[in-house]
Design a protein around this ligand. Structure first.
Ligand code: PNS
Length: 156
């Protein structure tokens, strides 16, 4: 059974993340969406809020689990018996960040591969921080995020 972990801040999950998840599900038997801690980000939503939004957004999908960790992503992946980490690449500008992170992960443990999926060009400009900024400026973001995220903004 090929298990992959898809880690990220998911603050909040976007349609771009869902696109990457669906691509990963076509390749792996199970994908665990992992809300992990990014020391460089100040998040808008709590870990629990992010987990709830993701759970609702993936409820129609099979072979998906949602979890969180406040430790190392690789330690979680190892415990979950995952063979790979999944990340999305939107544009060449993502490469340097992803390259550094993959190298750091490889330094921690060489036995877990990092697999990158290219996002659909329709989603290539979407990021969680852009979604937060657009929402804060009063721009409609319905086509960029799942319904659970719109609901969560309303409850904030
Ligand atoms: O969506 P993001 O913020 O780009 O995701 C980055 C994330 C959370 C996957 C990364 O920062 C991470 O893996 N954090 C957990 C701590 C860790 O494992 N650090 C070592 C790898 S840099």
């Amino acid at each position: 059974m090929k298990i992959a972990v898809y880690p990220g801040s998911f603050d909040p999950i976007t349609n771009g993340h869902l696109d990457i998840l669906k691509r990963a599900l076509a390749v792996f038997d199970k994908v665990i969406v992992l809300v992990a801690y990014n020391k460089d980000k100040k998040c808008v939503f709590s870990v629990n809020e992010r987990i709830e939004m993701i759970k609702d957004a993936v409820k129609e999908l099979k072979n998906v689990e949602v979890d969180s960790t406040d430790g190392l992503t690789l330690a979680y992946a190892k415990k979950a018996k995952a063979c790979c980490l999944v990340r999305g690449l939107r544009a060449v500008t993502d490469f340097e960040y992803e390259f550094k992170m993959a190298e750091a992960n490889h330094y921690i443990d060489k036995s877990i591969e990092e697999v990158f999926f290219m996002s659909n060009s329709e989603y290539s400009f979407i990021s969680s921080s852009m979604v937060n900024e657009l929402h804060l400026s009063g721009v409609k973001i319905d086509s960029l995020v799942p319904a659970s995220v719109i609901k969560a903004y309303k409850n904030k």
